[in-house]
Design a binder for this molecule. Structure first.
Ligand SMILES: *[C@@H]1O[C@H](CO)[C@@H](O)[C@H](O)[C@H]1NC(C)=O
Ligand SMILES: *[C@@H]1O[C@H](CO)[C@@H](O)[C@H](O)[C@H]1NC(C)=O
Ligand SMILES: *[C@@H]1O[C@H](CO)[C@@H](O)[C@H](O)[C@H]1NC(C)=O
Length: 334
């Protein structure tokens, strides 16, 4: 083993905790297999010293905001879809089954889905779906949010539909959950807090004879700013005149989801599809085993990383190809 030491492996083996990411994709209710076509987020922090698959990305200027940490590294396979297909992304936290909590119950926030030609170019990510706060509850309750009341309550299922008539080709879907439980202040103002971004990209190939091209979209990084009211938002804000116990922040009338509006070419509504059985493993393997034994530490964006021991010595630099590269065959990463 080159750089990866036995110590590192033992640290990673004990990794049980991870934040939410996509474990599978159902196409019209049929599972494509655990981690198939998914650019699984790698280590990006030092929590527990071994790092997690997917601690949140909080730095809005980081390339990790595009497809998460090591999001430039292709999955070995690509999911074939047709315009009109219903996709269900299966988000999980610790295990890919219905007992999983999907995301911590405190992590209130919106969910968003973008599509871009693969590879992305300047302003190529087009929003095709989002859901934010859909029901207000009286203070001090946070209300009902897509992440915690919709997706988490529906076994991690996030639904989106391939746009009608979309031209055939290779695309990346960038699905995202944003957790706002520490979003009352920006990461720039206080790196220990700030909104937590969980982006995850899925490689798809759209088949058929569609002619619809995507319009101009947004770039990641670039689409979000620390001034966005949807990025800095206190989910425990109060409209009460009586001095509240834990919050004096006035509520904005409506929560404003970050990023652009949903493209008019997207389906106006998404339907939850009944899904069949999961194909493949239900547990995740530490990222170190699929990065390879000569792996390096990624750019650590997790706020606390500087105060803890970083495993390894090198910083990972994402290299995004400017032309489409056919993925090399291999086992899915698990
Ligand atoms: C996707 O879902 C919609 C709404 O339920 C349904 O009408 C449509 O037939 C589904 N598409 C496919 C390809 O199954
Ligand atoms: C889900 O995973 C948990 C934890 O490993 C296990 O106890 C439970 O039996 C699993 N449930 C199903 C339906 O597979
Ligand atoms: C596109 O493909 C569909 C299904 O194969 C076919 O019915 C339709 O005629 C085709 N349209 C064009 C413009 O080729």
């Amino acid at each position: 083993m080159a750089r990866t030491s036995a110590l590192l492996l033992s640290l990673l083996a004990s990794q049980a905790c991870a934040h939410t990411f996509i474990w599978g994709v159902f196409v019209n209710g049929v599972d494509q297999g655990t981690f198939k076509g998914i650019r699984i987020p790698a280590y990006n922090g030092a929590s527990g010293k071994g790092g997690y698959n997917n601690s949140p990305v909080k730095d809005l200027g980081s390339i990790d905001l595009r497809c998460n940490v090591m999001g430039d590294v292709q999955a070995h396979d690509t999911i074939k879809v047709a315009p009109g297909d219903n996709l269900t992304f299966d988000w999980h936290h610790d295990i890919r089954n219905d007992t999983d909590d999907v995301i911590a119950s405190s992590h209130h926030g919106p969910s968003l889905v973008y599509i871009s030609p693969d590879p992305p170019t300047q302003n190529s990510f087009v929003k095709i779906w989002h859901l934010g706060k859909y029901e207000s509850n009286p203070f001090p309750q946070a209300g009902k949010w897509s992440a915690t009341s919709d997706i988490a309550k529906n076994f991690g299922h996030m639904n989106v539909r391939i746009p009608q008539g979309l031209k055939a080709g290779h695309y990346l879907i960038r699905a995202e959950i944003i957790a706002l439980h520490e979003g009352d202040v920006s990461f720039k103002a206080n790196p220990r807090r700030g909104a937590q971004f969980y982006p995850d990209c899925v490689q798809i190939e759209v088949t058929g004879n569609g002619t619809v091209e995507l319009p101009e979209g947004v770039s990641f990084p670039g689409a979000y700013s620390y001034e966005d009211p949807g990025v800095v938002h206190n989910v425990y804000c109060s409209t009460e005149t009586k001095k509240p116990k834990t919050s004096t922040t006035p509520c904005v009338t409506d929560y404003i989801i970050p990023g652009p509006t949903v493209w008019s070419g997207a389906w106006p509504e998404t339907t939850s599809v009944s899904v069949g059985p999961v194909k493949g493993v239900t547990t995740a393997t530490p990222w170190s085993t699929w990065i390879g034994t000569d792996s390096v530490v990624t750019s650590a964006t997790y706020a606390d990383v500087k105060s803890q021991t970083i495993v390894g010595t090198q910083k990972y630099t994402a290299i995004w190809s400017e032309t489409y590269v056919t993925p090399t065959p291999g086992s899915p990463r698990w």
